[in-house]
Design a protein. Structure first.
Length: 163
């Protein structure tokens, strides 16, 4: 088997960091607008907390997905998880039905967390030994930036757009 160490380029790192930022943002996005969602869907703010819970429950399913799909190539699985994030992200934007929104959040948690694990292992396996720590730190910085920016950005954008 060919050794791929040191084969990760700047463009690939930028894509991984950007996508990790986007995936992390989708995990925390609703936390800042639960009151707006509650008003629009005519449910209690407490019920909107299920959106965060279902995302976390989806994330718990990541080991199962990785075990079941272990024979699939990492590249194909990464692409599948990105596709699922797009589909369920769009569904969560377009639906006005709370049950559908809960399902979309569950699937976003599952696909997003699976993508994060695959990205981390991909970067670790493709980085030169002396670059692994730096590359993983950059990836994690994307997620941290999403946590810092997600809720405030969402509160600003909701003034101009519906959730």
């Amino acid at each position: 088997m060919q050794n791929n160490k040191g084969k990760i380029g700047l463009t690939a790192m930028a894509v991984f960091i950007t996508m990790n930022f986007a995936m992390s943002m989708s995990g925390t996005l609703f936390n800042g607008i639960l009151d707006k969602i509650a008003a629009d869907l005519r449910i209690s703010v407490a019920q909107t907390g299920y959106l965060t819970s279902l995302y976390a429950y989806g994330a718990i399913g990541t080991p199962v997905i990785l075990i079941v799909l272990r024979k699939m190539s990492r590249s194909r699985l990464l692409k599948a998880m990105l596709f699922l994030n797009i589909v369920f992200g769009a569904l969560s934007i377009c639906t006005d039905h709370f049950t559908v929104l809960l399902f979309a959040r569950f699937m976003l948690g599952l696909a997003g967390t699976t993508y994060g694990i695959l990205t981390t292992t991909t970067i670790a396996s493709l980085s030169e030994e002396k670059e692994v720590g730096k590359n993983l730190s950059l990836l994690i910085a994307g997620a941290a930036a999403a946590l810092m920016a997600g809720v405030p950005l969402c509160r600003v954008l909701i003034r101009y757009f519906s959730w």
